[in-house]
Design a protein around this ligand. Structure first.
Ligand code: ZN
Length: 311
């Protein structure tokens, strides 16, 4: 699919002065000739069919045609014109191609294997052109316990092609074309999205970014799967209650100590012992508690102190 743009006038065999009716007639004639139904299994005919369809898409659109006339192939920016605004449904109808738009998996079925394969290859382009619903995209993000408890902002990468975050797929900016996507409405390499993460109530929470998935009509959604990064030995109950271990130096439990655990201040009362449980109200997720089981260990206790000193 990475062919370079050929001169659409040459491809369709029409003069540069040809009017809309002549261009349409030339396309219909060639489409009949290279129609996949008439050339079963012929890869060359399939490629040629795509070429003439793109050439016709270029010349039937006054804006694309004017741009080609003015700048040639180089003026199309990426070496190939952007067909995201092309009316493929009309284009194929004009080639007498019957498309079943209720097709499975969002890829139209024509009843012809070769043509269905061609459609599979073109499905991405057709989605971009707004003929098919966009695909959903899944991304995941790992949060620390403090981030999950209080909420945070996170930058995630939605894999491409995805809807342009700046213009939300419209291609329009304050001064004409959107300066992020150049008017395409699509980010081919995907998009960086700043996500507002609310305080979580549980692990494995899914955030929906409506309309920021794959391009199409309607555009797909992006889903951010949020998981909480728990320290070894910790567990999160479905109600948000968090259980973890707190390792103290020998003597600390008996003397009592105030220390930082998973982003909250914990007061271990005087006279505590290894194996005791200290409850920290609202130290879990969603307002639930943090339950700490005390352990005594020299190196574990020292490590806790070093970590707190560095954080
Ligand atoms: Zn844009």
């Amino acid at each position: 699919m990475t062919r370079t743009l050929t001169d659409p006038y040459t491809t369709l065999g029409v003069a540069r002065s040809a009017d809309a009716a002549e261009i349409k007639a030339a396309y219909r004639r060639l489409a009949m000739q290279y129609h996949p139904d008439r050339n079963p299994g012929d890869k060359g005919a399939e490629e040629r069919f795509k070429e003439i369809s793109e050439a016709y898409a270029t010349l039937r659109d006054p804006e694309l045609r004017a741009r080609f006339d003015r700048y040639g192939a180089a003026g199309q920016g990426m070496g190939r014109p952007d067909f995201s605004t092309a009316d493929w449904q009309t284009i194929f109808q004009e080639a007498d191609i019957k498309i079943d738009w209720s097709g499975r998996g969002n890829v139209p079925r024509t009843g012809n294997m070769v043509f269905d394969a061609l459609f599979g290859a073109m499905a991405g382009m057709m989605r971009s052109s707004g003929l098919l619903p966009g695909e959903d995209r899944d991304v995941s993000a790992l949060l620390t316990v403090p981030e999950a408890r209080s909420g945070t902002r996170r930058r995630v990468h939605v894999p491409g092609p995805s809807v342009c975050v700046r213009c939300r797929g419209t291609g329009q900016g304050s001064a004409g074309f959107c300066d992020v996507c150049g008017g395409r409405g699509v980010s081919r390499g995907g998009a960086q999205v700043e996500v507002e993460v609310p305080p979580l109530r549980k692990d494995d929470t899914r955030l929906r970014l409506k309309g920021l998935g794959g391009p199409g009509r309607p555009p797909g959604d992006a889903y951010v799967h949020l998981n909480v990064q728990l320290p070894p030995g910790a567990a999160l109950a479905p109600d948000g209650t968090l259980r973890a271990e707190l390792t103290l130096l020998p003597g600390e439990a008996a003397r009592g100590v105030t220390t930082d655990v998973l982003g909250v201040e914990v007061v271990v009362p005087k006279g505590s012992a290894s194996g005791d449980t200290v409850r920290v109200p609202e130290g879990g997720l969603g307002g639930s508690d943090l339950l700490l089981t005390l352990k005594t260990d020299v190196w574990g206790g020292l490590w806790r102190r070093v970590r707190n000193a560095l954080s």
